[in-house]
Design a protein around this ligand. Structure first.
Ligand code: 4AD
Ligand code: MG
Length: 479
């Protein structure tokens, strides 16, 4: 008998004569003569109930079937009397693959805090919540490839090790070639970090965009999807040191087309999850509602998770310029009589309180803000005719803030050089990037979607550390 996944078995519903399932014990309860085991194998959030007639098994055979143990069970599938489940398995054979000492197993059959689970990142995918989140994460990753493939975009693999600081923010992790046995030393005998990548100074990439532009200016439309790194020591629920980014880059797209693509892309992803992750999203919807009930009235979500997801799919995003957004903020009071903590004036970088006010209180829908002041954005963004603003675009989401950052790129060689000089961006290592403006330049645009922020929105989770399998933050325990 080959193994059948619990999802398939439960979906089939009909009684099978004989089936084998393998998975991890969630709970065991029962009486002297019968044990009920809830088994999960990761294929679905639903458990299969195993019914074990204890008169047919020796104590030795069942004593190790405890929460966390991995077992194989064979038996007949029958209609279930229990509510909430179509079928159950009447077990005839039981094998324990791996015991889990009930005294020591960290995941007791009770509710654990997310902080505790983060310290047990290697075991937490066995919990209902993290299991559901990781299945949704997979579905969204798959949907990303589907979306771009169907539009004729090529998946371009951009380097992880790079010499350039794409965002010019200086938040990079250095890469070195130090060998443990024989690290290069300077005259004082200290390890010489200048050696770096065989003599070159290199970092972990903060963005695949610059290389992505080279792809777009030859293949037409490309996207990257990979890990990116930011050495920011920020302890927020929206930042990771290692996160995944999706970065489409398109030749011949101008700002408006860039916005259209960003909106269509996000709506596609949400719709895909709604259609393909029903069980998990229903579970996460309840979880989010329970969490909401713990919050003070004014911090609760007006809509449930599923309502929020449907809302995004069914409504167009609002589009405003930065200047209009500042006007709105200047004429608004975020809380009765109170002002924003961070004073609003033209030229400031929008803070999360401003972004969230625009999205959650003013427009009450996702907002795309364009044409930011040039001084607060990266060197590569195309200068507008006003000489003050650039063709930047940020997509702001309820509960999240910035989910996408992008722009039309400066495609004029002289203007780009001028911006680099103004912003002190070193030109030597970006010689190849400048080449792209010398040889066959073209208008082009692109954006970056923070994958984890997207998952936060779709799953209704509160902390970005809980939507990536092994979060890399200054506090991570599982390095
Ligand atoms: O706005 P960012 O820094 O833009 C870029 O890196 C561009 N090169 C993208 C492009 O145009 N191709 O980052 C893009 C998105 C943000 O909107 C946010 O969703 C996410 O990446 N992001 C982070 N997510 C998690 N942790 C962090 N530390 C993040 N920093 C940015
Ligand atoms: Mg940004």
């Amino acid at each position: 008998v080959t193994r059948i996944k619990i999802k398939e078995l439960l979906d089939e519903g009909v009684a099978r004569q004989d089936a084998t399932v393998k998975g991890w014990v969630k709970t065991k309860r029962g009486s002297k003569n019968v044990a009920f085991i809830a088994l999960n194998d990761g294929s679905t959030i639903r458990n299969l109930q195993l019914v074990v007639d204890l008169t047919q098994f020796s104590e030795e055979e069942v004593k190790h079937v405890t929460t966390g143990a991995c077992i194989s069970a064979r038996g007949n599938v029958a209609e279930s009397q229990g509510k909430g489940q179509s079928v159950e398995m009447l077990v005839t054979n039981l094998t324990v693959y791996g015991i889990a000492d009930p005294e020591k197993y960290p995941l007791q059959p009770k509710k654990h805090s997310f902080e505790f689970l983060r310290d047990n990142a290697h075991l937490r995918p066995r919990t209902n919540t993290i299991g559901a989140v990781l299945r949704v994460r997979h579905a969204l990753a798959f949907a990303i490839h589907n979306f771009f493939n169907s539009k004729g975009f090529y998946y371009l693999h951009t380097p992880i090790i790079t010499g350039s600081d794409a965002e010019g923010a200086g938040e990079m992790f250095r890469v070195t070639t130090l060998s443990a046995d024989n690290p290069p030393k300077n005259e004082e005998g200290q390890v010489d970090f200048k050696e770096d990548f065989f003599g070159k100074e290199t970092n972990l990439t903060v963005s695949g965009q610059l290389e992505g532009e080279a792809g777009a200016l030859s293949l037409g439309e490309i996207y990257t999807f990979g890990p990116t790194f930011r050495a920011e020591n920020s302890n927020t629920s929206r930042h990771l040191a290692e996160f995944w980014m999706v970065e489409p880059e398109m030749a011949f797209y101008e700002q408006g087309e860039n916005m259209d693509l960003a909106e269509e892309f996000i709506q596609y992803l949400v719709r895909y999850a709604l259609e393909n992750c029903k069980d998990d999203l229903e579970f996460l919807d309840k979880r989010a509602a329970d969490e909401d009930k713990q919050k003070p009235q004014n911090e609760r979500n007006e809509m449930s998770l599923l309502e929020r997801l449907n809302f995004v799919v069914e409504n167009k995003f609002e589009r405003v310029t930065y200047t209009e957004a500042i006007e709105i903020l200047l004429n608004s009071k975020p809380h009765k009589k109170k002002k924003f903590k961070y004073p609003v004036e033209w030229g400031i970088d929008l803070q999360s309180e401003h972004e969230r006010f625009l999205v959650e209180k003013h427009f009450k829908k996702p907002v795309i803000v364009v044409d930011y002041p040039k001084d607060i954005k990266a060197f590569y963004m195309k200068l507008n005719d006003d000489n003050k603003t650039v063709r930047a675009m940020d997509v702001l989401f309820p509960g999240i803030g910035e989910i996408i950052g992008g722009s039309q790129r400066e495609d004029n060689y002289d203007k780009l050089i001028q911006r680099m000089e103004e912003m002190d961006v070193p030109q030597e290592e970006l010689w190849w990037y400048l080449d792209l403006r010398k040889f066959g330049s073209a208008p082009h645009s692109g954006f970056g979607l923070g994958f984890e922020r997207m998952i936060l929105f779709v799953t209704g989770m509160s902390n970005i550390r809980d939507v990536i399998p092994f979060p890399r933050t200054p506090q991570s325990a599982n390095f």
